[in-house]
Design a protein. Structure first.
Lengths: 352, 410
């Protein structure tokens, strides 16, 4: 028995974190926020480490690893507030296309040269202006499509069907969100021909659950960064002739963050592992992990900012990028309440 | 990640199962007390087969097996699944025995361990005092040497099994001139020694789960000391580590959560099951998420004991704080879903679950406070887990002058 990451997984984690420290410093996030750069070069760098094809079979040039590897990667990316479409193209779209047998784009996706965005808003909860299909052509709007730089999109409909469409075929309007590290856009379609990838609503759901596990891991990483920063700041900042980290009021804030966050590490690992080895638990565990990390992440984001005092509120220390990343993860692919409602259904506590 | 125990353990699991099948009927009944013959017989049977005191050397009455975390886990799983009595696990077994093995003399090990693990010698723990709670090292119960005896005077509180204990392991101040942590000794003595008075301490549940114990000129042979004079604090700390995690097991939390689910299915309001109420269901799911996090954290801790490839210090330190708070909230939900029925207590004919929801709700508040309060846990987590500094000491003169006698913390 060995609960945790394997030797290989730890090596990958180590080299990834090294890469992120040198290639994705806070300055690069700031440049992205100011519109002075895109996430393209970072994504190429991650692709060269095999991250873009983490789930893609070796036959298509991927690394053919599992979801436990993917959550470990997501945790490291969250820690660095790393920009890029890891969740959308490398996890959700790669899984969906491979399972649906639509393997044509996989090689380019694994190489990082072709990005497939995810437009699943309708599948999560139909809003005003949703997409309708008539004679294999789509009309309407899909909000919050992941990856404004994608080459193509998987568009999920309320009935569980998923269509694929090239980016050049749609009107794409970038949407500003709180989080600058992940790009989001609105797709407008007007009787646009689209290719049906699969009509299996279960496949869409399985894809969604994988996205949720990745979000939980991303929030874990981002929250761990905020806790580490809070402790470091508390050991540096002096008031009343002492470091503020020697006051119990501040120590207890840090202890509360650690107490809530530390068990999440095992939770997220198990959520990833379940997809690989315990399929019947995977959906429920992913929903629980996503909702639980949304709550713990929110607590850590607020508390860490408070430990930083006024500086936490400024742009100077840049802590807010992580605060916002955690906030983004909380809403995307279902709010905690909506996801817990789904968990209750999966738990067979209540029929849908 | 490999969560299987390996095929070599399948055989062992089968052994445990066949033991349970064969001997299950011999386990003590609910009304057999801890001093009943049925309990002692069951205890002996468990020790003899290696399902209790498994790793205690044979020379001291144990089974003498090599430590094997997975085998211990399998025993716990199988006994738990079949709801079979795990045997008596009082403070003598869980706290004193490990300490004697580490710090006791050969004679002490020979004298005390075997009757303790056979439940023939019941122990209570004499640590806390009215003036020494979180600041345990400030304890003032004193022992002075008079000829070949220690003479003990003072008072202990929160002594849970004092009323049926045969012996006590007790912290006393033997070196009044030494710094507070260096002036304490660890004594063992009989509870029927003249000069000991036990008063039950009724708590908020209405039961007396604890006692106060008073010592007046209690004479203890001077050889009945564990470790050297003044070493008692080290001894005490070694066993407190044992106590903390065991107050909040994730399996028990998940069991109680399943109990809440049953309540929510069975109870209804205005004709609809509580389970159909989205607000209660959301609270339930929130707690389930937290309980699962603690369960996987526990698996990680178990794995780290076997593989030694992970630093799990922090993961272990948070268990008491997070686990007891979680359990208190689970019990609270159990009460809340019952609405007015939830206020029932004692002999009320409308009780659900024999009144366990209100009882455990209060009892777990006791556990949040006991065994190191949540606030002390936060000090430990921040200082030992996050390497943050201790609160600076206030100079003694200032502290004594403070109107509220503030901060005596070490």
């Amino acid at each position: 028995m060995d609960f945790g990451l394997s030797q290989d997984q730890r090596l990958l984690d180590e080299s990834l974190r090294k890469f992120l420290t040198s290639e994705v410093p806070l300055d690069s996030v700031r440049k992205l926020a100011a519109g002075e750069s895109s996430d393209a070069s970072v994504w190429q760098g991650l692709a060269s480490m095999g991250l873009a094809g983490v789930l893609i079979p070796e036959a298509y040039g991927g690394a053919q690893l599992g979801m436990l590897d993917a959550v470990a990667i997501a945790e490291a990316l969250g820690y660095a507030a790393c920009p890029g479409p890891f969740m959308s193209t490398a996890v959700m779209a790669s899984y969906y296309l491979e399972q649906a047998g639509a393997t044509d784009p996989l090689a380019a996706m694994a190489a990082g040269t072709y990005r497939v965005g995810i437009a699943f808003s309708d599948a999560i909860g139909t809003r005003k202006g949703h997409i309708v299909e008539v004679d294999s052509a789509l009309s309407g709007q899909s909000l919050f499509a992941l990856d404004a730089e994608a080459d193509a999109y998987l568009i999920g409909l309320g009935d569980g069907r998923v269509f694929m469409i090239e980016a050049s075929e749609v009107v794409r309007t970038p949407l500003t969100t709180v989080d600058v590290t992940r790009s989001v856009c609105e797709l407008t379609l007007n009787d646009t021909p689209a290719c049906l990838v699969s009509s299996d609503p279960e496949l869409l759901k399985q894809t969604l659950y994988r996205g949720r596990a990745i979000q939980a891991a991303d929030t874990l990483g981002a929250a761990q960064y905020m806790l580490d920063e809070a402790v470091a700041y508390a050991l540096e900042r002096k008031q009343f002739n002492r470091v503020i980290g020697s006051f119990q009021a501040v120590k207890h804030m840090c202890a509360e963050m650690a107490s809530q966050l530390e068990p999440c590490r095992a939770f997220v690992w198990y959520a990833g592992h379940a997809f690989d080895e315990a399929a019947d638990e995977a959906a429920l565990t992913a929903c629980h992990a996503k909702a639980h990390l949304a709550e713990v992440g929110q607590f850590v984001a607020k508390t860490s900012t408070e430990v930083h005092g006024g500086m936490g509120f400024t742009d100077l220390v840049g802590l807010h990028y992580w605060f916002k990343r955690i906030g983004f993860n909380r809403q995307l692919l279902g709010s905690p309440e909506a996801v817990r409602q789904e968990a209750a259904v999966l738990d067979e506590l209540r029929r849908p | 990640m490999d969560l299987s125990y390996g095929s070599e353990y399948d055989l062992f699991r089968e052994e445990v199962r066949s033991f349970i099948r064969e001997f299950k009927d011999k386990q003590p009944k609910a009304d057999d007390g801890i001093k009943s013959q049925a309990m002692r017989d069951w205890q002996s049977l468990l020790v003899q087969h290696g399902y209790h005191s498994r790793t205690i050397p044979e020379a001291y009455g144990g089974f003498g097996a090599e430590p094997d975390i997975i085998k211990s886990r399998i025993i716990a799983e199988e006994f738990g699944a079949q709801r079979v009595h795990r045997g008596f696990n009082g403070q003598g077994v869980t706290m004193l025995t490990p300490v004697l093995l580490e710090m006791g003399t050969e004679e002490q090990k020979k004298t005390f361990i075997e009757p303790t693990i056979r439940a023939e010698m019941i122990w209570c723990q004499g640590y806390s005092e009215p003036g020494a709670g979180s600041d345990l090292a400030s304890l003032t119960t004193k022992a002075e040497l008079d000829g070949d005896d220690w003479v003990v005077n003072g008072q202990k509180i929160w002594t849970s099994t004092a009323h049926h204990a045969d012996w006590i392991f007790c912290l006393v101040r033997t070196e009044p001139e030494a710094p507070k942590h260096l002036g304490i000794s660890f004594l063992l003595f009989r509870m029927d020694t003249p000069g000991i008075e036990i008063r039950p301490l009724v708590d908020m549940t209405g039961d007396a789960n604890f006692n106060e114990v008073f010592f007046t000129d209690v004479r203890v042979p001077k050889t009945q000391i564990v470790g050297e004079r003044g070493q008692g604090w080290q001894v005490a700390n070694a066993i407190l580590g044992h106590e903390r995690g065991s107050l909040a097991t994730p399996d028990a939390a998940l069991n109680r959560l399943n109990g809440v689910k049953r309540l929510m299915r069975e109870e209804s309001i205005n004709g609809a099951p509580i389970m159909d109420n989205p607000i209660f269901r959301d609270r339930l799911m929130k707690l389930e998420g937290r309980a699962l996090a603690m369960q996987y954290n526990d698996m990680r801790l178990l794995s780290a004991k076997i593989n030694k490839n992970q630093d799990v210090r922090l993961a272990a330190m948070i268990v008491k704080l997070a686990g007891t708070e979680l359990r208190h909230e689970i019990e609270c939900l159990g009460i809340d879903v019952m609405g007015e029925i939830g206020l029932s207590y004692g002999d009320n004919p409308h009780l659900r679950g024999h009144g366990s929801w209100q009882y455990q709700y209060m009892f777990y508040l006791g556990l949040i406070i006991g065994g190191g309060t949540s606030q002390i846990q936060k000090n430990i987590i921040s200082e030992r887990g996050l390497d943050m500094p201790k609160e600076p000491k206030i100079p003694l003169k200032v502290a004594q002058a403070a109107p509220d006698g503030a901060s005596r913390e070490a």
